[in-house]
Structures are given as C-alpha cells and as structure tokens.
Ligand binder design. Sequence first.
Ligand SMILES: [Zn+2]
Length: 100
Amino acid sequence: MGYDQRLGQGAWKNLRRFILDRDRWLCQIRGPKCTGGATCVDHIVSRVDGGDFYNPQNLRAACRACNAAGGAKLTNRKRWRAPPPPVEAPAGPEPVFRIF
Ligand SMILES: [Zn+2]
C-alpha cells in the first residue's frame, strides 16, 4: 500500500481533526502497545479493502503505536483472509472392504 495522495490534502486534514475531536483524542484501538492518546486517524476498513476514505463511520482515532502496529487491522474482519482450502487427496478408486 503506497502513500495515498489524499492524506496530504486539506479535506483530509479537516476530517482527521474532526475524527480526533469526536473521539476526544483517545485511541479507539487500544492495542497491546497503546499509548492512549490519539494522534492518528485509522481507517477501520482499509482503503485497499474498499473502505470509505472520507466516511467518519469508517474512521477512528488511533495512537501512533496502534496505527503503526496495524494490530487492529488483524482483528478487522475485512482484513482477514480465509486460509486456502485443504488439499484434497487425489481421487482414486473407492476403498473397498474385502472379506478374505
Ligand atoms: Zn492505541
């Protein structure tokens, strides 16, 4: 995921401020290394996963540690990738019980 140009624009800065104010500058992720005080805004559903960039409902205040760790994203259902299906045994002849 590269740097998103929109992060440097005024609209984003205003929105970021709005989210931080809404969440009272408190981290909403509360990850293991959480510092408590939010300075970042996290996209709950990541942009690369189709999350709404400017929707406040998809945004939450985050401290630098949580934002950098991305730990919350691991618990984010949309980030979770299903494991590959088990490899099935190659089809062969049906096992047959034989009575000798
Ligand atoms: Zn935090």
